[in-house]
Ligand binder design. Structure first.
Ligand SMILES: [Zn+2]
Length: 273
């Protein structure tokens, strides 16, 4: 594990309890425990204090990075090979292709009884560029604000492999072209022969079970399918909390398509404020 960083660093992190492996149910897999072939194992690295400055506010969060053990093993094999050949450039490619998810923790998990949670799907155009074609950017920052302002605090799970509801950034770019030719966000996926929503929430479920220890929580979402998916991976006691923000002329049609698809949005929610 993490041999592509440095084995001595890995040992130090393990000794400090800053690197753990968990299974699909969020249980910690002991350092000497053999991994069962085919069973999910996720490595979690943290806490890493992360001061965040966004929208004129400061947030003090603890960041945890997480990656599937199987993917990490593949990366390690590749890393060993690359180490013997050229260096920097290949490692840059390797590192960027890893599906590393993040957990941002606000407050003290030991004190939580019903924290506020957001499971956010990565969206480069919305979260980073501030594109108004979707409402991901405002949803991300408002989720962080709501969690930080909540008496209990909570956490945000940032799913890195969820770009374009799981079809990836390249295909998402293609769906934007199709949407501009008149298709809605779901039709465009189908035109490309791709599912409406192929996001995998199993890692999010394992992380929620690890961090929440099966305590009830409130989930910022308008999407009932997200709750069903998490339920299917053993996450229980979810109270949905509506999370509508960032409605604009540029994304009203997109949000209407989401409502028609099953998102819990009322006509009032789609008024541009
Ligand atoms: Zn988006």
């Amino acid at each position: 594990m993490f041999t592509y960083i440095d084995p001595t660093v890995r040992e130090r992190l393990l000794a400090q309890g800053k690197l753990v492996r968990i299974d699909a149910s969020g249980r910690v897999i002991g350092p000497d425990e053999e991994l069962v072939a085919g069973e999910k194992a996720i490595s979690v690295l943290g806490p890493i204090p992360l001061p965040i400055a966004r929208s004129g506010r400061q947030f003090e969060v603890d960041w945890y990075a997480s990656v599937r053990h199987t993917e990490l093993s593949k990366v390690e094999e590749l890393a060993d090979e690359l180490r013997q050949r050229d260096g920097q450039q290949s490692f840059a490619i390797l590192a960027s292709s890893m599906a590393v998810n993040s957990v941002l923790v606000v407050g003290d998990p030991a004190k939580w009884s019903n924290p506020l949670v957001r499971v956010h799907s990565s969206c480069l155009t919305g979260d980073v560029f501030g594109s108004a074609r979707c409402e991901c950017g405002p949803q991300f920052i408002t989720a962080l604000e709501r969690i930080a302002d909540d008496p209990e605090g909570g956490l945000l799970v940032y799913m890195s492999g969820h770009e374009g509801r799981g079809i990836g950034l390249w295909a998402k770019a293609a769906t934007y072209v199709l949407q501009d030719a008149g298709e809605d966000t779901y039709q465009a996926n189908r035109s490309l022969g791709l599912p409406d929503d192929s996001r995998d929430f199993s890692d999010a479920a394992a992380l929620l079970r690890y961090f929440l220890n099966d305590r009830p929580f409130r989930l910022l979402t308008n999407n009932p399918k997200k709750i069903t998916d998490l339920n299917n991976y053993g996450v229980r006691n979810i109270t949905p909390v509506k999370h509508v923000i960032g409605v604009s002329a540029a994304n009203r049609r997109y949000l209407t398509a989401k409502r028609d698809w099953g998102h819990q949005l009322d006509s009032d929610d789609l008024i541009i404020k």
